[in-house]
Design a protein around this ligand. Sequence first.
Ligand code: G6P
Length: 615
Amino acid sequence: MCGIVGYVGPQQAAPILMDSLCRLEYRGYDSAGIAVRDGDGHTTVVKAKGRLKVLSEKIDGGRTLKGCIGIGHTRWATHGEPNEANAHPHISGSEPDDSAVVGVHNGIIENYAELKEKLVKAGYIFYSQTDTEVAVKLVDYYYKKYPTPSKAIAKAMMRIRGSYALAILFNDHQNQIWTARKDSPMIIGVTKGETFIASDVPAILKYTQDIYYVGNCEMACVEAGKVSFFNIDEEQLEKETVHITWDANAAERGGFEHFMIKEIHEQPKALQDTLNSLLNDGRLDITKSGITPEIARGISEISIVACGSAWHVGMAAKYVIEDIARIPVRVDVASEFRYHCPILQENALVIVISQSGETADSLAALREAKSRGIRTLAILNVLGSSIAREADHVLYTLAGPEIAVATTKAYSAQMLIGYVLAVELAFERGVIDEEKYKYYIAQLQTLPDKAEGLLEDKERIQWFASKFSTAHDAFFIGRGIDYAVALEGSLKMKEVSYVHSEAYAAGELKHGTISLIEDGTLLVGILTQNSLYEKTVSNMVECKTRGAYLMAVATAGHYDIEDTADFTIYVPNIDEHFAGSLTVIPLQLFGYYSSVSRGLDVDKPRNLAKSVTVE
Ligand code: G6P
């Protein structure tokens, strides 16, 4: 959710903090702030409501703030509306100069009301509605009792319930930044004489690709060019860096107008790289995750858990895995799974899908499965993320850093791993023979080129999107895998273009929702499953009769669809199980261009955050 950065070194901190915050703005963008300590030991806090550029204008990109140590924050509000008072950093005092302890925070402190009451009784005066101010004042409270940063933070950690990543400046420790975390990410990069902290890799990728991960319930003391780690008992910990192979340029727009369209174009590469990583001598190989053929044969059922688009991947994977590998698959949104005590067989495999590896509900679902002794496999894009560190097995999508809030390339790469699992499990369990196995692999190998070809047709979609840019409602329908992709197409539409949109299993539409169809309502039908083609066409016709304007996304060859649909996009032929990876591309483009036509902020849609690290 919120983005945290920090810097200590020989350079001026503020411009570096602002630059790093820019790369994290996708984590939150309703207000921002920084705190910089100058050579005289005075810490200045500047905050602004709105996008980062408002803060940047206030401090001339950071140039008006002098000092070589500081922390910064971009906020996605949880407690307290987005305004300047609630923006971070927060201070221990009630007056701007009273800043013995200054901190920024990502997460939610669940018992903040109880802690606030305690602090009010102790004489603290609060100026904001945030749980963060409570955390900062709590650290200050303990610091006054036990005047070492590690003790004060450890004491606060013991009292706080909830999730947090904190970066804290203590006035008495002029050259240090302290960090602590529980269930919210925090990374540290050390180069010659400089140290960077951030809640996410892209923020500091430009400075270093060798990253330390602060572990759960751990603290770190950051100084220029060095870092020390401690557990909650204040014992020092030894840590190794993890090398991130992401190219620093991958986190730049590289000539594209928005990250979203850049990332849509990166899908052929994401598919190719991910597939290559799972191929060995022409055969699929998932053993590097630790899933051996024996384990594959022993799985009795699969339970997929995820949020948002990753959940849509799960919906598609269910159809593909059940059909190809004949293993029962259930799919749950993680926020439901974690609380409803699902019935799982002893030999079940729980698959958690997540781009960031930090989504709070997905992490909790993983822990729920593990606590019951169920084997877990995570499909992730971010190396070293919280879910990566806790899952029994991990398969990585090689999509590179994804910056746009609305996911595209990570979704496609996740889908590919779903296909690979289906084929590999089917083969290991003797459900398909060698010939079929090779056929599926050959089909998968055609995906990147076919995806590339689809991108060439984007002008038609752009034209159609501009024509529909004033639409109020859209409906996406399909059956089977097409339904799963309809869910994603509809989400892309609503999240970036704010057009009310719903996805329905085509056969279900007439059980209520069809009453919403009126003259000119846009209905998008997805038609890639041959045996279901005519049925979905009938459902489209039912809507057309009631005034709907029809867009079809169909497999090449079904040219008769033009007798029914007003606008058609064809996708290349491929084995039907894998068609979702192609149909989603025009739908992503449609969402993107609808947003652009409406003049919206495509990469940072209102109210959303890329990585949801709170419940
Ligand atoms: C947020 C994002 C979605 C994403 C979901 C799950 O809601 O806006 O695009 O699908 O989180 O994120 P994850 O990192 O777990 O895939």
